[in-house]
Design a protein around this ligand. Structure first.
Ligand code: ZN
Length: 172
């Protein structure tokens, strides 16, 4: 009887392992598909993140800037239900809470739509030049004045800061 139980235990473990591997594969496939189909290609995702190049902060971005003192901007690259992630040169930071009103944003997060298209429920909070909105399961920025893009960084600008930590801010 004891032996029998052991055998079932082994079968159970194998089944769970297969399920986990299959699940991981599906997730990976979905991820591959969304990154190739989606024009919004610069997102923070598992591929970009590892223990070494990301950290979760209980400080503010300003405090992190002060602490790390590197010559790269922190650019909000992803807005999450309970926080946001910034790209900072060659690494990322996660913060909880609202995105600071005066943040820099990746252009991937900008929705070229009028705020009138959003219901009150989907307008989450205000930032300096617009709003953080929810569209489906994702979070975006809608600009008050679409021509005022001073705090918006293009994919190539962010990419440049990735590779060049000495990138100088003066040319913006
Ligand atoms: Zn940093």
């Amino acid at each position: 009887m004891k032996k029998m139980n052991k055998r079932w235990l082994v079968v159970g473990i194998v089944v769970i392992a297969i399920a986990l591997i299959a699940g991981g594969y599906v997730t990976w496939q979905n991820h591959e598909r969304s990154s190739s189909d989606n024009r919004v290609s610069y997102v923070v995702d598992e591929d970009n993140l590892s223990e070494e190049n990301s950290s979760t902060e209980d400080k503010t971005p300003a405090e992190i800037d002060e602490e790390e003192h590197i010559d790269a901007e922190q650019i909000v690259a992803k807005i999450l239900p309970d926080g946001y992630a910034t790209s900072h040169g060659d690494h990322y930071h996660y913060y909880s809470g609202h995105v600071p009103a005066n943040s820099l944003f990746s252009e991937d997060l900008i929705l070229d739509q009028s705020i009138e298209n959003f219901s009150d429920d989907n307008i989450l909070y205000e930032i300096d030049n617009g709003w953080i909105v929810r569209k489906g399961d994702d979070y975006y920025v809608v600009l008050d004045d679409p021509n005022n893009r001073q705090n918006i960084r293009s994919e190539s600008e962010i990419e440049a800061q990735h590779h060049n930590r000495e990138h100088n801010d003066d040319d913006h």
